[in-house]
Design a binder for this molecule. Sequence first.
Ligand code: G3H
Ligand code: ZN
Length: 269
Amino acid sequence: AVRSGLDHLRAARQGGYAIAAFNAVNLETAQAIVAAAEATRSPVILQISHNAARHGGLAALAALGLSLKRAASVPIILHLDHAETPEVALEALHLGFEGVMLEGDDPATLRPLAAASHAQGGYLEAEYEVVVKGERRGERHDDPATLGQFAQDSHCDLLAVDLGSAHKQEDKTARLDFARLQALAAATPLPLVLHGASSVPEDELAHAAALGVAKVNLATDLTLAFTGAVRDSLSGGAKDPRTYLAAGRSAMQVRAEHYLRVLGSAGRA
Ligand code: G3H
Ligand code: ZN
């Protein structure tokens, strides 16, 4: 039977591992993600952010993601990351995205989007707490037990929580609050989501996956690998975009494969 993206995420939460959600911005980054999933026999989330859609066009990137997904030998879950409006999230669902994340925590805005996702077998990720663009936009909730009520009120399927990570950090100096994670995981059986995972040491990511984080968003680490390899290729005199973009793609694939093993999804496809 074909399992939905949400089935995979629920299995991850139950099984104490996490599905990696890697960001694609173009053909080569999307290919790197799919190749890494195939090489490690992992399910993976190929996510395209609202920002990336501003760069590449949502419809064009959706077509790219869907065509790679159709040809792949492992489950590829196409996800819209950091939607800033419900409209763009609805457009993504219409284009064939399976899951969407809407920034914000207003249940009245989230509920109709959850309904639209569920109507086509998809899922909604919402922010119980936010860590956006390197700085905290909202506040942590004093009582982690209110997470259960938020899940019920918003009808969402995945919950982004603040465990101490930050977006777009180039070093791994964030430290996760595991006591808090345990309290949050006790408050809901839903898969929890960690954003800004590039800021977190790998052993802490593995530990978080064991405790209930079932979706781990990783972008910056892989971007640095891609761009570093492109820079080296250009310094070496490469002129054809296929040459330096292939170098970036290979380097990104190596990092992605590594994370798929760290998070425990390797071999689960
Ligand atoms: O939504 C995307 C992620 O939260 C990526 O964060 O670039 O810090 O790995 P990162
Ligand atoms: Zn994020």
